[in-house]
Design a protein around this ligand. Structure first.
Ligand code: NAD
Ligand code: WQD
Length: 342
């Protein structure tokens, strides 16, 4: 049985990936400092899978603590590295914090990968590396652009670090996955996204408005050159995204790569406007979302969606969940959170 370290495994995408890994027979161990998640996610993963996953709570920037972990952990077949700070706006306010955490934790892990001879590495990248692309849909050939934020830049720099590391370490294999917009939650309603404070992202803001935590949603921009004037994104269900990590790790373990550093876009291939997402949420869940259209948000791209051909063909992976599944499970999760607050 392959053993995988999942960093950030208590977080949103990490926890869903842990569930999928267990479902495919992997043994999992998590490192997470719980800076943006809660320890009880381990209970919920156990409820879903019947397996208790070991959680090691510490900051990946602490290399001596990481050495202690690898020294006592026994052999590992791979690492899936989710742990990072991810709030775009906060990264503009606190650039050094973002460069410190996101870059140092990656470097510490790559050093450990070499020192403890762990062959396989999957990295969480982002479509943010493309900025506003000149041509749509975005394929892996699309050139990356200057990042719009320090957060985006940490993803670009991280990809470069991994590429350079792979060049001189033939025996180490890496896949970077560029996510488009992950939304939704596990069917059980037991795990999902846990935004701290006021959500920056669209889906949690919609569901918090629906449940009454927010008065109304602001739709940023109604005058974009799109079909209804609101901005277009490629929303992907988090469970589909999680499954792509399992497939990627399997590809590494079976040594099926074309080169020892590969990267893939993970999206559905379809662009949806903000207003389409709101409408679907209202219809599928039979709720009303109060919203108003306001000015564009600084730094937002007009539209972006993925060309999925390369990931579909090479990974043999495709998305199976549609917009209805995304808004339905997002609402189920929001209701679970409301119950927890009671
Ligand atoms: P998340 O915040 O829910 O999960 C990240 C987890 O990492 C959290 O549990 C947090 O406590 C932990 N963590 C953060 N810094 C750490 C550190 N120094 N040491 C140990 N643990 C630490 O975020 P997510 O949405 O699940 O994102 C996972 C990854 O995917 C991140 O790298 C993020 O940048 C990337 N990503 C996310 C999105 C998105 O929209 N959610 C899109 C593209 C890429
Ligand atoms: C989606 C659309 C908003 C909130 C960000 C990061 C990106 C990636 C994913 C990590 C946009 C609109 C939103 C609201 C709104 N993360 N919106 N009202 O901006 O595509 O990407 O998360 O890598 O790097 O930049 O996602 O969910 O914030 O916004 O109208 O209250 O919803 O303007 O058009 P975004 P998002």
């Amino acid at each position: 049985m392959s053993r995988i370290l999942v960093t950030g495994g208590a977080g949103y995408i990490g926890s869903h990936t842990v569930v999928e890994l267990i479902g495919e027979g992997y043994e999992v161990v998590i490192i997470d400092d719980l800076s943006n998640s809660q320890a009880d996610v381990i209970d919920h993963i156990e409820e879903i899978t019947g397996k208790r996953v070991p959680l090691h709570v510490f900051d990946l920037c602490d290399k001596s603590r990481l050495d202690q972990f690898f020294g006592s952990e026994g052999s590992l077949d791979g690492i899936i590295h989710f742990a990072a700070k991810k709030a775009v706006g906060e990264s503009v306010e606190k650039p050094l914090l973002y460069y410190h955490v996101n870059i140092l934790s990656l470097i510490n892990l790559l050093k450990a990968q070499k020192e403890y001879d762990i062959p396989n590495f999957v990295f969480s990248s982002s479509c943010t590396v493309y900025g506003q692309p000149d041509k749509l849909p975005v394929s892996e050939e699309t050139p990356r652009k200057d990042a719009e934020s320090p957060y985006g830049n940490t993803k670009k720099i991280s990809e470069d670090i991994i590429r350079d590391f792979a060049r001189v370490n033939d025996d180490k294999r890496t896949i970077a996955l560029r996510y488009f917009n992950p939304v939704g939650a596990h069917e059980s309603g037991l795990i999902g996204e846990l935004p701290s404070g006021i959500p920056n992202n669209l889906m949690p803001f919609i569901s918090q408005t629906a449940i009454g935590l927010r008065d109304q949603l602001k739709v940023f921009g109604g005058d974009y050159p799109t079909k209804d004037g609101s901005a277009v994104r490629d929303y992907i269900h988090v469970v589909d995204l999680a499954k792509a990590h399992v497939v990627s790790m399997q590809r590494l373990i079976e040594d099926q790569q074309k080169s020892n550093y590969e990267f893939f876009n993970l999206g559905t291939g379809s662009g949806l406007t903000v207003l389409e997402v709101i409408r679907a949420f209202e219809e599928v869940n039979d709720v009303k979302i109060k919203y108003e259209i306001v000015d564009r948000r600084a730094g937002d791209v007009v539209q972006i969606y993925a060309d999925t051909a390369y990931a579909n063909d090479e990974l043999g992976w495709r998305t199976e969940r549609d917009l209805d599944d995304m808004v339905r499970t997002a609402w189920k999760w929001e209701q679970h959170l409301a119950q927890m607050r009671e």
